[in-house]
Design a protein around this ligand. Structure first.
Ligand code: C2E
Ligand code: MG
Ligand code: MG
Ligand code: MG
Length: 288
């Protein structure tokens, strides 16, 4: 009897797995189609300098305008895109779109800003040649100067294959591209990569910023990241800033920049164009 139950259980388990697998395969198919049908789009979130209150850059964030579903956030499809390898063509589309849009803004006479693009480990590939060639080609086609491109990597990407990654990053850096570490402090990684890799910027993860004004441990971590970054000559910017209290705290601790809903949510290119036209500095000194 136990045996029969066991068998039934394993059958149920198998059926369940195959449902999951089917869902994954269906999503993969839909992602492939989405790419062909141009259903992806980018939203852009400004980054603000805490000294001047000026917008100094922006991050391109992928969205999927899925017919019948509205706008699908990246958390719902990036993992499958990564597992299936589709992140390679999707990531190339993101880079091309972001660079082209940035060049359009520059050509329209708007202030020249650096565009940050998120990169997945899979995009670095096995020999890295693809990555540098792809970036070169996109820069050439879009006409964007490499100085106005920043690539955001995670600690897990960096640690997946440190030798290889260091090599590719140096080649990208040679071209004038900036490198930042996204979600800093959330990965399982050794800090030693910070001295071996040509990194320009640390982005403090939103999870540390959220309770910064009332959680001593979070405040201590954020302060430590700012000091560490500055001692290594890196820029430090905070993600997910939603309140003036968080802003004020970060400014007092010498954080270089912020990105978050307080200043602006990620928005379509047309809305950012309107914001950039106003060129009004963000009021950062709430006390003045
Ligand atoms: P991320 O790179 O850390 O991007 C920051 C995320 O925080 C974005 O979520 C942004 O909308 C959100 N955010 C910004 N400010 C605030 C705030 O004040 N409060 C809150 N609650 N959230 C804030 P989003 O756009 O949903 O993207 C999630 C993640 O998906 C990104 O995290 C990144 O890891 C990944 N992703 C997005 N676009 C791409 C892409 O083109 N390629 C790759 N490989 N990954 C991407
Ligand atoms: Mg990012
Ligand atoms: Mg981040
Ligand atoms: Mg994050």
């Amino acid at each position: 009897r136990a045996k029969r139950e066991g068998r039934n259980q394993s059958r149920i388990y198998t059926a369940d797995m195959s449902t999951q697998t089917q869902a994954r395969v269906a999503l993969e198919k839909n992602l492939r189609r989405a790419l062909a049908k141009r259903e992806f789009l980018l939203h852009y979130q400004p980054q603000v300098d805490l000294q001047t209150g000026q917008i100094v850059g922006m991050e391109a964030l992928l969205r999927w305008q899925r017919p019948g579903f509205g706008i699908v956030p990246p958390a719902e499809f990036i993992p499958v895109a990564e597992e299936s390898g589709l992140i390679i063509p999707i990531g190339e589309w993101v880079l091309r779109e972001a660079c082209t849009q940035n060049k359009l803004w520059q050509d329209a006479g708007l202030p020249s800003l650096r565009m940050a693009v998120n990169i997945s480990a899979r995009q670095f590939g096995l020999n890295g040649r693809f990555m540098t060639e792809m970036v070169d080609q996109v820069l050439k086609e879009s006409g964007l100067m490499p100085e106005y491109l920043e690539l955001e990597l995670t600690e897990s990407l960096v640690m997946a294959n440190p030798e290889q990654t260091a090599h590719i990053l140096h080649r990208l850096k040679d071209r004038g591209i900036s490198i930042s570490v996204d979600d800093f402090g959330t990965g399982y990684s050794s800090l030693s990569y910070l001295k071996r890799f040509p990194i320009d910027k640390l982005k403090i993860d939103r999870s540390f910023v959220r309770d910064i004004t009332h959680d001593d441990a979070d405040a201590a971590i954020v302060n430590a990241v700012i000091s560490l970054g500055h001692s290594l000559n890196l820029q430090v910017i905070a993600e997910g800033v939603e309140t003036t209290e968080q802003l004020e705290y970060l400014r007092q601790e010498g954080c270089d920049g912020i990105q978050g809903y307080l200043f602006s949510r990620p928005m379509p290119a047309i809305a950012l164009t309107q914001m950039l036209r106003k060129v009004r500095p963000f009021e950062i000194n709430s006390s003045k």
